[in-house]
Write a protein that binds this ligand. Structure first.
Ligand code: AHR
Length: 632
């Protein structure tokens, strides 16, 4: 393939080209990146997921029950655990196995619990093995519990050695003479990313940071919408002290603690230097029923609710909600430029109709009147037709695509004729199923999804991404979804990063490797490429960041032989050096997995220094399923 790359004349690239979409699915938040180690720490419940004792276990002859005491810890956390004993001889208590294990290392763990009852003795907190009962750390804490009012007990545990595995538990014990005590908000954090209190797991944040993303779409995804129980994500219930956060029934089959809330999301953006794309709920519950869409008058308070949230984020500290932000330790507004109105609001027919008829415009008009500089993104619409636009939703749009390898490759040109006026966010994309023999078809939602990302799927996503990069002036950016999967409890496969309680078992998927390569090799604008070849089996894009510094990206799909490239870059002469990075895997079906507790990473990266030959031409060969980046 002979390619001549020009120095100028292409499309400006979006500064946000790659990013991340995050919602609490697959225990990606609770039991995931949110570093809290105690599962069901505050017995939060809802109509959909009533409060439960799971996974707490009694110690000694303790009897554990849930109680709504006459003095609750708070209005938001009314239910506590009562630990009682019939005997007055011995030790009783309760044990928590964490989120399918607890990682124990010689580091500081910061904990606290609230107690109610009459007890003058001591509590003992421990981190111990679930298999051998070996104690890695133990501490006695004098009780300050009284029957009149809840008292917080704070502590630190520092194991001297690392546990051999994550089969560990947290234990809270006391003398059975106490008779009966109530506990709530029993919490334990390891060191967190950037040492944020109430923060995130460092290994998962690092895996995210490696992606080199520029934006972060929060809080979802379907999880913002709530389901038949009509409980959307409520920003004001996710802020402030943990005692004031009731939690909510998440959309993905479990109660959310909301410990990872709006402020934590925004701090997360600060910590890894990404731009938030904030989603606000737009009046559609999931549940496939007509009455799950709000009427215009029902929606009015929700428009105000979104404005209040924006005032909390952006308003001056003398405004009502800006003052609340300041009171929570953030006098300065956060930076926010993008707001998405809803999520996949065309999921149902009446969803699409009502979104176009009034739901989108109610939010659009109210938000743009108060915040004219915000870029508002519609959750429906496809601006990829020639001169495409959508007059009923005059804004940027969020385009989602889940599909199969052949389909993704066929979509290389999807954005070639897209509207430049109304830009597209590719807020969710992933190859979720294998090819259907000899047919280019989309996803079949009734059929199973792939358990792991196969390399061929990641290559096909790369080709789709190169197509989007070629149209950098039509897109805001793209984010693979979902981001995370707790391998002990999940609803969706495949995902970008899979993990267990043990950080040594964090798996970057093959798609993660591809995004890491593409995202960390950005350029300011594409540049035209002339060639004697058509696209397929090779697909490419070229860009320039500053004169002489080119980035050329290519991926090969379904080639029966190696593909030779001869590329000349305008202005580069013989001897100029380039770096060629190539990703591949043993075969198209290879996946990164966890097998017998060990991470297998099949992706191989080779980095070669090339020198331009006569006439400044770079020559190299790529194999089938290679994803490559050449920089000069
Ligand atoms: O990413 C998983 C889900 O797929 C998202 O929650 C939803 O927006 C989409 O349908």
């Amino acid at each position: 393939i002979n390619l001549n790359v020009s120095a100028t004349g292409g499309n400006a690239s979006s500064p946000l080209t790659y990013g991340l979409m995050f919602e609490d699915i697959n225990h990606s938040g609770d039991g995931g990146i949110y570093a809290e180690l105690i599962q069901n720490r505050a017995f939060q419940g809802s109509l959909e997921y009533p409060s439960t004792l799971t996974p707490w276990v009694s110690i000694g002859d303790a009897i554990l029950t849930l109680q709504n005491t006459s003095v609750p810890l708070s209005k938001s956390l009314p239910t506590s655990i009562n630990v009682a004993s019939n005997s007055t001889n011995g030790t009783i208590g309760l044990l928590n196995p964490g989120w399918w294990g607890i990682d124990v290392k010689p580091q500081k763990y910061t904990g606290s619990f609230w107690a109610l009852g009459s007890y003058k003795g001591k509590f003992t907190v421990k981190l111990q093995s679930d298999l051998t009962d070996e104690v890695f750390a133990s501490l006695d804490i004098p009780s300050s519990a009284t029957p009149e009012k809840w008292t917080e007990h704070k502590f630190e545990l520092e194991p001297r050695i690392a546990a051999p595995n994550s089969n560990n538990t947290f234990v809270l014990e006391f003398d059975s003479k106490a008779g009966s005590l109530n506990f709530n908000l029993i919490s334990l954090f390891p060191p967190t990313y950037n040492n944020r209190p109430n923060g995130n797991r460092p290994d998962l944040m690092e895996a995210l940071k490696d992606l080199g993303g520029s934006f972060y779409r929060i809080p979802g995804g379907n999880n913002i919408e709530g389901d038949a129980y009509h409980h959307p994500w409520l920003w004001n219930e996710t802020i402030g002290p943990l005692t004031e956060r009731p939690g909510r029934p998440g959309t993905w089959g479990y109660q959310n603690t909301d410990g990872l809330g709006l402020v934590e999301y925004l701090n997360w953006c600060t910590d890894i230097s990404v731009t938030p794309i904030l989603a606000v709920w737009s009046g559609m519950y999931l549940g496939n029923e007509v009455d799950h869409i709000l009427t215009a008058s029902e929606l009015e308070p929700w428009v105000q609710y979104a404005l209040d949230e924006l005032e909390f984020i952006l308003g001056p500290s003398h405004s009502t909600h800006g003052a609340l932000r300041a009171q929570l330790g953030h006098p300065e507004p956060w930076e926010l430029k993008y707001v998405e109105i809803g999520n996949e609001d065309d999921l149902y027919d009446n969803g699409a109709e009502t979104y176009s008829a009034y739901r989108f415009s109610m939010f659009y008009e109210a938000i743009s009147a108060s915040y004219p500089d915000l870029i508002l993104i519609s959750s429906t619409g496809d601006y990829t037709a020639v001169g495409g636009s959508n007059t009923s939703n005059p804004s940027a749009t969020d385009y989602h695509t889940y599909s199969r390898p052949d389909y993704f490759v066929s979509q290389f040109g999807h954005f070639d004729n897209a509207s430049r006026e109304y830009k597209s966010l590719i807020g969710e994309y992933a190859c979720v199923q294998g090819n259907v023999y000899n047919q280019v078809v989309g996803v079949d939602w009734d059929a199973p999804k792939l358990p792991w990302n196969p390399w061929v799927g990641s290559v096909s996503e790369a080709i789709f991404s190169l197509g989007a990069e070629r149209n950098g002036d039509a897109i805001i950016g793209m984010s693979y979804a979902p981001g995370f999967q707790n391998l002990n409890s999940y609803e969706w496969t495949p995902n970008l990063i899979a993990f267990t309680a043990d950080p040594s078992q964090t798996i970057k998927s093959t798609s993660h490797h591809v995004i890491e390569l593409l995202s960390n090799n950005r350029y300011n604008a594409t540049v035209p490429v002339t060639t004697d070849s058509d696209y397929g089996p090779a697909y490419w894009v070229a860009g320039v960041s500053e004169p002489g510094h080119y980035t050329f990206k290519a991926a090969i799909y379904n080639s029966t032989s190696t593909v030779p490239f001869s590329i000349s870059f305008e202005g580069l002469s013989e001897g100029v050096k380039g770096t060629l990075s190539v990703l591949n895997a043993p075969d198209g079906l290879s996946s990164n997995t966890l097998e017998n507790g060990v991470v297998s990473d099949v992706v191989r990266k080779t980095v070669t220094t090339l020198a331009a030959g006569s006439g400044g031409v770079f020559q190299f060969e790529l194999d089938n399923y290679d994803v490559a980046v050449l920089t000069t």
